[in-house]
Design a protein around this ligand. Structure first.
Ligand SMILES: NC(=O)c1ccc[n+]([C@@H]2O[C@H](COP(=O)([O-])OP(=O)(O)OC[C@H]3O[C@@H](n4cnc5c(N)ncnc54)[C@H](OP(=O)(O)O)[C@@H]3O)[C@@H](O)[C@H]2O)c1
Length: 297
């Protein structure tokens, strides 16, 4: 089978499309014929040799954790899924023709493989940070970096729960945020004042890691009402850095419910064949993805 790997840490050009043995589904796992794999910023962070403490990486390494595909092998002890089922979920080395998944759910009807591959990690992260920041229905949540994958999920899950959202994004994404039910303003000079003019906020999320944690504390009045997923300096300001993933199985079940009810949609910004993984990583790192970028097999 074809598989994207890197044999050394470095820039996008260390990625190689190689021939590899098909992996096998061990106990409690399934193997899928991958049709699409979500591109998450953690994929290029690992390739660069960042975040190794949280994600120990042996070289050569595969790439990718999210996938959608067709089940083609079922491991020992797995029930409720059969060869031929269309599933999406989380595993390892998903930029490949075949990959093993450790958590999965049946794909909701009406979703393409490309779309489905964009959900697993962003929905798990969105559910986790909304829970950890402790925002309640009727309150207002400020989201810095609202147009990306995680932001798109946070806005829609918050709306479903009766939480009002104010989001920041670039000029090109203002209508996108409003379309997801949020009040919107641009980041950059004067942004704190622009947010204040939109009204008070009860809690805030830093999803972009753009060095705004201090201002988010100012706007909420309490570091315990702020959570960051992208600024390792946050704890120095008394703000929680959320890094430990919650239950992917629960997140996928919630994603299926929301998608089937028409309450959650993560747009696909662009698709790439496996041979163009380097371009997908460079585009993701440029930092202006709306929704998710996706590898297609
Ligand atoms: N700790 C964890 O568990 C965890 C989990 C998932 C992700 N992450 C991290 O969280 C970050 C976001 O992930 P993602 O998947 O949502 O990324 P993404 O899809 O690549 O989105 C990036 C978004 O950031 C926005 N942005 C860029 N510069 C900004 C600025 N100065 N202020 C506000 N927004 C800005 C962009 O919007 P515009 O195009 O409008 O500029 C873009 O939509 C990444 O750094 C990722 O590594 C951490």
């Amino acid at each position: 089978m074809k598989k994207v790997i890197f044999a050394e840490f470095g820039g996008p050009d260390v990625l190689r499309l190689t021939d590899a043995e098909k992996p096998h589904a061990g106990p409690g796992r399934i193997r899928v014929a991958v049709r699409a794999a979500g591109v998450n910023p953690v994929d290029w962070r690992l390739r660069e040799g960042q975040v190794l403490a949280a994600h120990p990486t042996e070289l050569p390494s595969g790439v990718g954790q999210d996938a959608a595909g067709v089940v083609d092998e079922v491991g020992e002890g797995v029930e409720g899924v059969a060869v031929g089922d269309r599933v999406f979920g989380e595993g390892a080395s998903t930029y490949a023709e075949f990959a093993v998944l450790s958590a999965w759910a049946r794909m909701p009807g009406g979703l393409t493989f490309e779309e489905a591959a964009g959900y697993p990690s962003v929905v798990e992260t969105a559910l986790r940070v909304i829970r950890e920041v402790g925002v309640r229905p009727g309150q207002t949540l400020l989201v810095s970096g609202a147009a990306g994958g995680v932001g798109s999920a946070v806005l829609q899950i918050a709306r479903e729960r009766g939480i009002a959202v104010t989001g920041t994004a670039g000029a090109a994404n203002q209508d996108y945020l409003r379309g997801l039910g949020a009040a919107a303003t641009t980041y950059g000079d004067g942004w704190v004042e622009r947010v204040r003019r939109l009204g008070p906020v009860d809690a805030a999320l830093d999803l972009a890691g753009s060095g705004v944690v201090r201002e988010l504390v100012e706007l909420t009045g309490d570091p315990r009402r702020v959570v960051s997923i992208a600024d390792l300096g946050a704890p120095g300001l008394g703000v929680r850095f959320s890094g430990a993933a919650g239950s992917m199985r629960d997140a996928l079940a919630e994603a299926v419910r929301l998608i089937e009810e028409g309450r959650l949609r993560i747009p696909v910004e662009k698709t790439y064949p496996l041979a163009e993984a380097a371009a997908a990583h460079a585009d993701s790192k440029a930092g202006h993805t709306r929704g998710r970028r996706v590898m297609v097999v």
